[in-house]
Ligand binder design. Structure first.
Ligand SMILES: [Zn+2]
Length: 507
């Protein structure tokens, strides 16, 4: 019966949303900005900037300012379109490095358009020109070109590129990871848009609700991420950004994603999973954020407002980076003092929360009672000693190849050697009941067994005193939710070929 109520109310919701066309709500709460944004999409009445328009735009600025801006192709999309990464600024080694990305989801056009607007302004607007003297900036404006060209979220094979940051099964994700790691940013921001009208919201209000926030901030609460990264985001980066948004009458909140499960709606706050960009880059000891602008499904409604909101955030993050350059560098350096324990399992804090939303029937702002799983307040459930090295059998190069793409340095043993090691013994094992990105996940639990073993010459060695070592933790430990075993990069049997070395003795 509840299921039918859900179906019927979803249907009614769709009719209402369709009938109102969301235009009244846009007019009342999200009026468009009357500003000039000289980028390709605004030269036309319909549609968004396509790939060739973007390339013309970039080439125009490279010709006009050859010493200030350049780009490199970092790889190709599945349909063979070359992906540009734009560089602006002084590559003086002491300057802080900031990397921005747009268009990883192809149906979130404000992200790409705002990156083009930012590029233009950094070169043309007098008050912004000095920014590039103090920072080293890299921008990937259209990360998922094939998706963007048809305004689809997905890559051309139907996969979601922002769920591929550990499995790395798409050439776009590999190109993005390799090029960003090569650039090695201190600050990384991935710009997106979110869907404000969701079937999940149909049970709220009279006939459903829609989100009221122009933008939402996502960052990592993963317990293996260096904790000061979250502090710097909350105390240093977000306050001035919020101030800018306030000045422009824009509303914001921390990012909430809704999940429908067993006839109940849950909201998740914060990012915990390294399969997505926010946590993936944070695990590599980078200040990492993901910005969600209210936009998916709105076509060109309030498009200038959406682009300008994204631009204001990007601009604010650049300014904060300059103002706190030394502080950020020292924080990130201290993150390389790793703790003794790693988190294997965690629990998010669950609480009741009142969320302001717009009622789509009468267009009023109402309080909605929701259940919140707070990923920014996680608690340890299972921990393990952090190893000083992982060893990986030499026939498991599929694993080390992916670790290299994630930015890790890998050594090999120069001769056969006896070690006191920890290996994994699987005590329970099953497949997930539903497919994720086309595959069933391996769900295992293990115990640790100590053993003495001779490892062969050529065995891979992953030193855990390196900057990106937390990515090894999250991919190699067998229980990890986005790990290589879980995501079928390796089979359960292969876990016997990965060892932990926990003695505090340099190799
Ligand atoms: Zn997105």
């Amino acid at each position: 019966m509840r299921f039918f109520t859900f179906i019927i109310s979803t249907f009614i919701f769709c009719i209402i949303v369709h009938a109102q066309d969301s235009k009244k709500i846009s007019e009342k709460y999200f009026p468009d900005f009357n500003i000039d944004i000289p980028t390709p999409a605004f030269d036309k009445k319909k549609g968004f900037t396509n790939y060739s328009e973007m390339m013309l735009f970039l080439n125009k600025w490279c010709e006009k300012y050859p010493t200030k801006i350049s780009y490199q192709f970092i790889g190709k999309s599945q349909k063979e379109k070359k992906i540009p990464m734009v560089f602006i600024g002084d590559d003086n080694l002491d300057n802080l490095k900031v990397c921005f990305m747009g268009g990883l989801h192809g149906n979130e056009p404000a992200s790409t358009e705002s990156m083009l607007f930012l590029i233009r302004n950094l070169l043309e607007v007098d008050t912004l020109k000095s920014i590039s003297n103090s920072l080293n900036i890299a921008i990937i404006p259209m990360a998922n070109i094939d998706g963007y060209e048809k305004q689809s979220r997905y890559a051309s094979n139907g996969e979601d590129l922002n769920r591929d940051h550990t499995k790395l099964s798409n050439q776009e994700t590999i190109a993005i990871k390799e090029s960003i790691n090569k650039f090695s940013p201190d600050v990384m921001v991935d710009f997106h848009e979110y869907k404000p009208y969701r079937a999940d919201f149909v049970n709220f209000g009279e006939y459903g609700t829609t989100s009221m926030y122009d933008c939402m901030f996502l960052y990592s609460g993963n317990l293996n991420v260096c904790p000061t990264i979250k502090t710097v985001i909350e105390k240093t980066f977000l306050p001035p950004a919020k101030l800018k948004l306030d000045e422009n009458g824009l509303k914001y909140h921390n990012y909430l994603s809704s999940k429908h499960k067993n006839n109940k709606i849950y909201f998740n706050l914060g990012s915990v999973s390294p399969r997505s960009s926010a946590t993936s880059f944070a695990l590599g000891n980078t200040i990492s954020m993901l910005m969600e602008i209210r936009g998916v499904g709105l076509n060109r409604n309030s498009f200038k407002r959406r682009v300008y909101t994204t631009y204001l955030l990007a601009h604010s993050f650049l300014k904060t980076s300059i103002d706190n350059s030394e502080y950020i560098q020292s924080i990130l350096k201290n993150c390389n003092n790793f703790p003794e324990k790693i988190t294997i399992k965690y629990k998010r804090e669950k609480s009741n929360y009142k969320l302001n939303m717009i009622d789509v029937y009468n267009n009023d702002i109402i309080d909605v009672d929701i259940v919140l799983n707070n990923g920014l307040k996680c608690e340890n459930q299972t921990t393990r000693k952090r190893p000083f090295y992982y060893f990986i059998d030499k026939d498991l190069s599929v694993v080390t190849d992916k670790l290299k793409i994630l930015g890790l340095n890998i050594d090999t043993l120069k001769f056969d050697e006896l070690f006191e090691l920890e290996s994994y013994k699987i005590i329970s094992q099953k497949k997930s009941s539903v497919k994720f990105q086309g595959f069933y996940e391996n769900i295992v639990s293990t115990t640790i067994v100590k053993e003495q073993k001779v490892l062969k010459k050529g065995t891979f060695v992953v030193p855990m005193d390196q900057r990106k070592s937390n990515l090894a933790v999250e991919t190699l430990e067998p229980e990890m939710l986005s790990g290589f075993l879980r995501f079928n990069v390796i089979e359960p049997n292969d876990i016997q070929k990965i060892y932990r070395y926990t003695l505090n003795k340099k190799l």
